[in-house]
Write a protein that binds this ligand. Structure first.
Ligand SMILES: [Zn+2]
Length: 302
């Protein structure tokens, strides 16, 4: 009798332990691929992540699909970038009837502002390109995951701490770009995705498109841009992974600018590409920038 009682007690204990070790993963839906990587890095085996906008796709101009409503309806947590990056998301969430907790990952960040052609100030949504802001995003994501699953808070915070070490190293490497003369730190790309690099790492990017890819540049803007490039010079032209390069390629030819390579702006690459994760993306972009900048000029002391 006593042996049976011990056995059944052990069985209950085993069942509860097994249950505690394997809760169903949190269903997290994110708007785009960089957030998907971040949620996976922090959430580990506690999350199942679905990204509405996939690798190499453009979130600015995304058209929601019927399958998105199903993912949103089943989500425990929905995480967006905010700052006007996903103008289509709010209506999709509402239409899906989703009851998920909503998290804006850029909350608390002071964005840089960009002036549209009509002169109105708009926040620049590409804050993830700043390592300083990235650290803030990750902190916000870890908090949101902890709120959705309080029993795993320590697990998320531990993974956040590990990941943050990598961000700090990368941030130092980006700051070292200011060793090159300011005149060389000037580039051309298709849309204004790298404004945060200007503020933080002293890199100037000229772009025919505005802060969003929604509008192609007008001919008179292009003429003005070519004049500016001829007057002030740029070191290289970079293509972007999710933007059609036709207009930029023509512009680079007209202005006689050297080709740089491909920068990953608003989306990761596929799993076999050079930017399958955020850290790989930032390392790839840094390598492209260093290659375009060339060897560090030695100080003229003689
Ligand atoms: Zn963009």
């Amino acid at each position: 009798m006593r042996r049976y009682r011990i056995f059944s007690l052990a069985l209950v204990l085993w069942a509860s332990l097994a249950g505690a070790q394997q809760p169903a993963p949190l269903q997290v839906v994110v708007s785009f691929s960089i957030l998907a990587d971040w949620v996976q890095q922090i959430g580990g085996d506690q999350v199942r992540v679905t990204s509405l906008v996939g690798p190499d796709q453009d979130a600015h101009t995304y058209q929601p699909r019927p399958a998105d409503a199903k993912h949103l309806a089943e989500a425990d947590l929905v995480i967006s970038n905010g700052l006007g990056f996903e103008p289509w998301l709010q209506a999709s969430v509402r239409a899906s009837g989703s009851r998920a907790h909503l998290c804006v990952a850029s909350q608390g960040i002071t964005p840089r502002f960009w002036h549209a052609t009509d002169g109105a100030a708009q926040p620049d949504p590409h804050a993830w390109q700043s390592l300083r802001h990235a650290r803030h995003y990750l902190h916000t994501i870890a908090l949101a995951l902890g709120q959705a699953r309080p029993s795993s808070t320590a697990y998320f915070q531990n993974r956040l701490h590990q990941y943050d070490q990598h961000l700090q190293v990368l941030e130092q490497q980006y700051h070292s770009l200011t060793q090159w003369p300011a005149q060389r730190r000037r580039f051309l790309t298709s849309h204004d995705a790298f404004g945060y690099w200007e503020d933080e790492y002293g890199l100037v990017f000229l772009a025919p498109q505005g802060v969003s890819t929604e509008q192609e540049a007008r001919p008179r803007d292009l003429v003005r841009l070519i004049q500016q490039i001829r007057r002030e010079g740029v070191t290289a032209v970079f293509l972007e992974n999710m933007v059609n390069p036709r207009q930029l390629a023509q512009l680079a030819k007209d202005a006689q600018v050297a080709p740089g390579g491909v920068l990953y702006a608003d989306a990761l690459s596929g799993p076999d590409g050079p930017a399958a994760t955020y850290l790989a993306m930032m390392q790839h972009n840094l390598a492209q920038l260093r290659a375009a900048l060339g060897p560090l000029p030695t100080a003229a002391t003689h």
